[in-house]
Ligand binder design. Structure first.
Ligand code: ADP
Ligand code: MG
Length: 444
């Protein structure tokens, strides 16, 4: 613990001390730590004394500031240390530090295991261009999309790729939440504050995840604004993610939004069925999980808008099959992954088609007579399509049976209506709101 802080302290002192002081600092060698003591060893009493006179007090102050408590230095002479060793150790320490910066990168999130479909093709291509030439195009870049759609995976893939190919680059990944917390901790302490600013403003690639978190946080926005300016002036790459498009982002200062708007804005959409299937197959392969086609189809048909849930469902079933040593049937799957499936997708025998038609009618302010009838009024036919759709997802009735509840509607018409709503439900907010409200009214 204290060892890391000592490395930070040396770095800081190297930035602030006159070169006469740095000379003595160079000869201090971290030996051990005990309680609130750092033990430093020196190759000769001369070096020890010089350090004591020129550096000790300042070093203890910086170290204590970093630790947030009083830390003392204990100095010792160790005849076994040779000058070269000290230099060597220092280099290793610095390279250790470089790695530490990237401990925030998860090496599982790479381009290699990011499945590409129509929904994320553009975002993925932009991310690859950035990774190959950071700071030159698409700078800054915003990746936005709903929960569990791969924002963190993609932004981290950029970080991993750049870090692997240019180990000298300072790549920093941070969530907006961590950034905010670090800022809060640094704000009241001059040294820590300077350290915080330097950390982010000296990045070659800065990746900030979930920027929506800074809404209404004025100081964080201010700090990000200045960091942005400094980095972009020096052509350093910035990528950030957000759970919604900028137009829907509120509580953020307009001048910051203007900065975000420059560069590229790319979105991640919910994956199509085929992409969900490809992701599920890959996950099963990684887990070495043998699962029937029928169960896979069931999962991919029902979990549509969140890849994290898709993975969660598979992991749940995998754990279950490992635990009981049983093959997963569709019935078992249905029972065990209920939590991952939106409630409207779970069939229930408690809701009747009459109730669905009546709730839909009242939501759209039309009569049930009209819904069942032949009116081509836009509002009425939308209500009709939605009630057909909900009847197919919420009851166990077949398409032909549903058709019978509507005037001369055979199963082809019902199937058309269902597919139409299905295809626009995910992208059309008003339809989504309508179905969700009707469902929640039905559940009451
Ligand atoms: P977000 O940050 O948008 O909420 P994540 O990046 O955390 O979503 O993704 C959720 C999970 O889904 C992660 O485990 C991620 O690896 C996986 N995932 C998302 N998109 C893909 C993809 N296209 N291919 C493979 N796995 C994906
Ligand atoms: Mg995320």
């Amino acid at each position: 613990m204290l060892k890391d802080l000592w490395i930070e302290t040396v770095e800081r002192l190297n930035q602030t001390m006159p070169s006469s002081g740095k000379m003595w600092l160079k000869n201090a060698h971290f030996k051990d730590e005990k309680d609130n003591n750092v033990i430093l060893s020196f190759s000769s009493p001369f070096y020890l004394d010089s350090f004591k006179k020129k550096c000790q007090e300042q070093a203890e102050n910086v170290l204590s500031d970093f630790a947030g408590t009083d830390i003392k230095l204990t100095l010792e002479v160790d005849n076994n240390i040779k000058e070269e060793e000290i230099v060597e150790k220092k280099i290793t320490k610095l390279s250790e530090k470089k790695k530490a910066v990237n401990e925030t990168l998860n090496s599982d999130y790479t381009f290699d295991n990011f499945i590409v479909g129509e929904n994320n093709l553009f975002a993925c291509n932009v991310a690859k261009v950035i990774s190959n030439n950071p700071g030159t195009s698409f700078n800054p870049c915003l990746i936005y999309g709903g929960v569990g759609l791969g924002k963190t995976h993609l932004i981290q893939a950029i970080g991993n790729y750049i870090y692997d190919h240019n180990p000298k680059m300072k790549v920093i990944y941070v969530t907006a939440e961590t950034f905010t917390n670090e800022l809060i901790q640094a704000i009241s302490n001059k040294t820590a504050n300077a350290k915080f600013k330097t950390k982010y403003r000296t990045a070659d690639v800065l990746l900030i995840d979930d920027i929506h978190f800074i809404a209404d946080k004025i100081s964080t926005q201010e700090e990000i604004f200045h960091t942005f300016n400094e980095l972009t002036e020096r052509n350093k790459q910035i990528v950030f993610t957000c759970d919604r498009p900028l137009t829907e982002l509120t509580g953020i200062n307009e001048r910051l939004i203007t900065r975000f708007r420059k560069g590229a804005n790319v979105d991640l959409q919910p994956p199509q069925y085929e992409t969900r299937m490809a992701i599920a197959l890959k996950k099963c392969k990684d887990l070495n999980f043998k699962i029937s086609q029928e169960v896979l189809e069931y999962i991919c048909l029902n979990i549509k808008t969140n890849i994290r849930d898709l993975e969660g469902a598979l992991t749940t079933l995998y754990s279950f099959s490992e635990l009981v040593g049983k093959e997963i049937t569709k019935e078992i799957a249905m029972e065990h992954i209920k939590n991952f499936i939106p409630t409207q997708m779970i069939k229930s025998t408690e809701v009747t088609i009459d109730q669905i038609i009546s709730q839909t009618a009242s939501y759209f302010n039309v009569s049930t007579f009209d819904i069942r009838g032949k009116s081509r009024n836009k509002n009425v036919s939308l209500a009709r399509h939605i009630s057909m759709y909900l009847s197919s997802t919420m009851t166990n009735l077949s398409l032909t049976e549903i058709g019978k509840y509507f005037d001369s509607k055979d199963h082809t018409t019902v199937s058309y209506a269902i597919n139409k709503i299905k295809s626009i439900e995910e992208s059309d907010e008003s339809i989504k709101r309508a179905t969700e409200t009707i469902i929640s009214n039905l559940k009451k």
